[in-house]
Design a protein around this ligand. Structure first.
Ligand SMILES: *Cc1c(COP(=O)(O)O)cnc(C)c1O
Length: 380
């Protein structure tokens, strides 16, 4: 199957008893047994597995071309599940530009328990290679990154770590499998904040891991079952429902994103636009080969470099809502320095390029004329 068909049918089947086309929301914690230890069906207790969650997990595996999908109560719970496999003394090499919550978990939870983190620019392959050792157990990449839209070459990193027993994980939240499939490019695990594009309607907090290798998938399922941050059946249904229109939404997000980026780049008040679809973007070439489009996330700074101007712009928007998060059908605007990335220390944040006049837009699927008019009036 091709992607658009997979989004709707991949690993999915109608419900067996009634023929219901969509899976019922199985609101049950437990399942009857015929005899002790002999369940009526294949389910025993919903922390281990629930049919609605199974339907979602199968769909996730299908769209990312993995052998196993796992659904969690949040994106961070998915990341946490992967990190829990590490022991004191193990080392992680992570990109130097990460989602704030991921950075906070690494440095304030897992570093405390003795895991060593190296943050490095994955495009500096010499610096990256020097950090590899027998102690390296996990590579963590995010591409494109939030909010500066930096990319790294997944194939190149996969080649560098191949055959060393290291897990290579990619946070694919921004691109989604519609635009980029890391497992096909050599990664071992894909992580999602399904809160964002996968669900697509800003109505659920959810996370996912999709694993290439079945044995690693089994190991991570054990971890998930044993620690318990699973996704509930109703939320599983919402994410599955979202996935069925992922391709349609992503197509429009991309079209609108490109137009917003071009508009901003030509605006006299704007200094720099961060969007991989622009020729001016430092990773435009890589984006063209690694991704099948450029998505709906656009960040930009002001010529004045003035935080007050960014704040005024955000207050003036009418169609865009000023809010955390991204990836829903509605357009959102965000001030990373005070909102999504406030958990990164100021010096680190500024050194990493997240200046006080940086604005991040999650361009929705509304009419482009209305979005451009809104940006225009807010800039004025
Ligand atoms: C939102 C987000 C996360 C965290 O996911 P939650 O669902 O909020 O726990 C991780 N990575 C990226 C890129 C995100 O945007």
């Amino acid at each position: 199957m091709k992607f658009n068909t997979k989004a709707i049918h991949g690993n999915q089947h109608h419900e067996e008893v009634t023929g219901a086309v969509m899976p019922p929301v199985f609101l049950t914690s437990t399942y009857a047994q015929k005899s002790p230890g002999v369940p009526v069906g294949e389910y025993e207790y919903s922390r281990a597995a629930n049919p609605t969650r199974t339907a979602l997990e199968n769909a996730l595996a299908s769209i990312e071309n993995g052998s196993r999908g796992l659904a969690f109560s949040s994106g961070l719970a998915a990341t946490d599940c992967l990190l829990r496999g590490l022991k004191a003394g193990d080392e992680v090499i992570a990109m130097d530009d990460l989602y704030g919550g991921t950075y906070r978990m690494f440095t304030r939870i897992y570093k405390e328990s003795g895991i060593v983190f190296h943050f490095v620019d994955f495009n500096d392959t010499d610096a990256f290679s020097k950090l590899l050792s027998d102690k390296t157990k996990l590579i963590w990449a995010e591409t494109p990154t939030n909010p500066l839209m930096k990319l790294c070459d997944i194939k190149v990193i996969a080649e560098l770590v191949k055959g060393r027993g290291i897990i290579f994980a990619v946070d694919n939240t921004f691109a989604t499998p519609y635009l980029q499939r890391p497992l096909d490019l050599g990664a071992d695990v894909v992580m999602h904040s399904a809160t964002k594009y996968l669900s697509g309607h800003s109505d659920v907090i959810a996370g996912a891991l999709v694993i290439k290798d079945a044995a690693l998938g089994e190991q991570l399922h054990f971890q998930q079952f044993a620690t318990g941050a699973t996704l509930g059946p109703h939320d599983s249904y919402l994410v599955l429902r979202g996935i069925k229109t992922l391709h349609l939404r992503m197509q429009r997000h991309g079209e609108n994103g490109e137009k917003v980026a071009e508009f901003l780049e030509n605006h006299p008040k704007v200094k720099q636009v961060f969007y991989p679809g622009l020729k001016s973007h430092p990773f435009h070439g890589l984006a063209k080969t690694q991704m099948e489009g450029f998505g709906g996330m656009v960040s930009f700074t002001f010529k004045s470099g003035d935080k007050a101007e960014a704040v005024k712009f955000l207050e003036n928007l009418k169609v865009f809502t000023l809010a955390e998060s991204l990836g829903g059908v509605e357009s959102l605007a965000n001030h990373p320095a005070t909102m999504t990335h406030a958990s990164i220390p100021e010096d680190k944040r500024k050194a990493g390029g997240i200046s006080d006049d940086l604005v991040r837009l999650s361009v929705g699927v509304e009419d482009i004329e209305d979005l451009l008019a809104d940006i225009e009036q807010a800039l004025k």
